[in-house]
Design a protein around this ligand. Sequence first.
Ligand SMILES: [Zn+2]
Length: 368
Amino acid sequence: MAVRGAELIQCIDTYAPPSLAIENDRIGLQIGEPNTIVTGVLVTLDVTEAVVDEAIQKGANWIVAHHAVIYQPLKSIRTDQPAGRMIAKMLRHGINVYIAHTNLDAADDGVNDVLAEKLQLKETKVLIPYGEEKLKKLVVFVPEDHHDKLLQALGEAGAGWIGNYSHCTFNTPGVGTFLPTEGTNPFIGKQGQLEKVKEIRLETVVPERIERQVIDAMLNAHPYEEVAYDVYPLEIKGKDLGFGRVGRLEQPVSLGEFARHVKQAYQLEGLRITGDLQQKVQSVAVLGGSGGRYFMDAKRAGADVYITGDIDYHVAQDALAHGLHVIDPGHHVEHLVVERVCQVLMQKLEKAVPIYASRVNTNPFRFF
Ligand SMILES: [Zn+2]
């Protein structure tokens, strides 16, 4: 079945909710229209003309990018200038561009989680929290013999997480009643006859951002034509959401050894580093993009070393003076999220459209 842009957008927004983006960030649909049928999706860190050519060559009419293609307000679209020429090419070839920027940085399984995961950090927490996950309580009534199936389906859809425990539910037996009227096709009972069925009231917790997918999974797994369920907002605190991650290495290692690990884990040609390479480090903060201005957050979080891109001279000096080592792997390191975005989209779109990770290296810098 054909997938429309709006459906692709919904998948991306569930993964990287726009509500997580910082104010005035340029995210969402920047070129094109949501109603187009998706012929393929090319996922990239940046949109350059080479990336647009790659999309055209692959027959992918949607580009999903981390960095905005239009960041500063446009003053003109001059097709004799690089930016205008690229926009014109995209319009000519019916290419649509969708951006997930700071929302993808903050998202669960987004840029910062991928960067922390590649370094095998343990007990990872959010470095700069600026929100918390909203939670809902889902209550559904299910006949006893379908209880296990429904519980599994809810767990697989992401409901019922409390800390590191999955499939958390509470179940109370009771009796459900219903009277099928004209035009119904009841799973149990007959039209015009009051039914009493032993049912279980199953309750579980659901993060608001995946509410839709959990309810869809519930409706799929439930045998009834009309499913009785309730959704309540909860006042309890969900997990922190925000930029950067801070975690620990299994063992303390020398800064030099750690830098080698970063280089390998992030597949870098080189990196910039401050501090004494013999000193031991264990607590690591990481923030994708340009995070120099947040170095004190890393220090306050107890980090021995802070990894972020675009660190400038004075920030490096200030951090060093505060006893914090910094490693700058380059801003381009964020491209490591591309594979993850592809995996998420493949899973959500159930392979209905081809998803490609861009092969274009958009890093403007080389080591010489
Ligand atoms: Zn960035």
